[in-house]
Structure formats: C-alpha cells, structure tokens
Design a protein. Structure first.
Length: 225
C-alpha cells in the first residue's frame, strides 16, 4: 500500500467514520471527553513527526500581523449573523445574555480552552500538516479542512450546524494557513463561536437545545411550552 493510500484511509477513518460513530452513539454528556481523547491522540502523532514545527501550536506573536483583517471581517459579518438569528429564530435571539448571563460568562471563559483549541489542533494544525503531501495545493487543504470540520457537526443532528461550521471551517483554516499560528486561528474561531452562542444560534450546536432550536426555526411550538 502506498503512502497516499494510507493517508486516504486514515482520513476516512478519522474524519469520516469517527463522526458517524459518535452520531449513532449519541453521547451528549461525553462529547468534550471524546474530543479531548481524540485531540490527545492527534497531538502525540504531531509531536512524533520530525517535520512538524511545534511553534505552530501557539505562535502568539503572529497575531500582530493578522488581528486587523480578522476583526474587520468580524465587524462586517457579526451584524449579518445577528440579523439572521433574529429573523430565523426570534425566540432564541440573545436568549443567554438576557436569561442566563452567568452561563454566557462561563462559556466565554471556558469555550476557547476546552472546545476551540482542541478542535484547532485536529482540524487545522494536524489536518493541514498531515495531508499536505496528499493534497499539496493550499486551497485543496483548506477545502478539505472545512469539509471535515463541517461533517464533524452532523453529531448535533440538524442541518444548521454542519452548514454554519463548513463556512467557519474554511475561514479558520485559511487564517491558519496564512498565519501558521494556532493562537491566531483559535482567536478567530472563538470570536465567531462566542458570537453564535450569544446571539442564539449556539442552540444548534448544543445537543440539549437542538429540538428547541429546530422548532423555533420551523415556526413550530417550542417543546415544553
């Protein structure tokens, strides 16, 4: 078996079969532990790879060259996301800040560490480095990273989660490709993730709230009301 064949099979297993397995297991309370175990395995593979530059796992200095375009994009896109949330799911708009400010404060503190950074290691650092010999072209790498990142979110069992994260995944992967800094791409990922959660679309990315989010989207009675 050639190296490219092994890489293809590895990619199918890690980024195709694994999310499907998690989808059928429905492990609502174990999603983060699964993510962290997966991240730990990926990190071991990276650290054992002599061609991998470990500075990429942080490289915070790179933010000085990238914070302006990141914030400019966010300032342009944030109102669009907020309007879309209000228009499509008015009942959920700003739900957490209005009703559970303590929860959104906790999410702001913990989400970048326990969710964003591990996803960045897997779907940006590892994927862009590991499959560069297979895909070569940076555009192809970014597209595959985005597709894998979006496909991961089938575990939330609604069409919004994979669609939104497909777009976000492309943006974050391109930023990582340009910066070679997990700090920079995670900063951008955290910005949009926290904004989605604050405006209300985070309900599509949380198993316990998906039924409510889909009912709101379809204009149906909210479960439990």
């Amino acid at each position: 078996m050639t190296r490219n064949s092994r890489l293809i099979l590895e990619m199918i297993g890690m980024f195709g079969l694994l999310p499907i397995g998690v989808y059928f297991l429905k492990p609502h309370r174990t999603l983060l532990p699964i993510l962290w175990v997966f991240m730990a395995c990926i990190l071991v593979m990276l650290l054992r790879d002599k061609t991998f530059d470990r500075k990429e796992l942080w490289n915070a200095r790179a933010i000085k060259d990238h914070w302006k375009p990141i914030l400019l994009r966010f300032v342009c896109l944030a109102p669009v996301i907020a309007f879309a949330t209000w228009w499509l799911t008015e009942e959920l708009f700003l739900y957490l800040p209005r009703n559970q400010p303590w929860l959104i404060a906790m999410i702001i503190c913990l989400y970048p560490i326990f969710s964003v950074y591990p996803q960045g290691i897997i779907y940006r650092v590892f994927l862009l480095h590991r499959y560069k010999p297979l895909l070569g072209n940076p555009i192809a790498l970014v597209v595959v990273s985005a597709l894998c990142f979006g496909f991961l979110h089938i575990i939330f069992r609604n069409p919004i989660a994979p669609t939104v994260t497909l777009v976000g995944g492309a943006l974050f992967a391109w930023t990582h490709h340009r910066s070679r800094s997990l700090f920079v791409s995670s900063f951008e990922h955290a910005l949009y993730g926290l904004w989605l959660m604050s405006t209300g679309w985070g309900a599509f990315l949380y198993p316990g709230a998906v039924d409510i989010a889909m009912a709101s989207l379809m204009g149906e009675p909210i479960p439990g009301q």
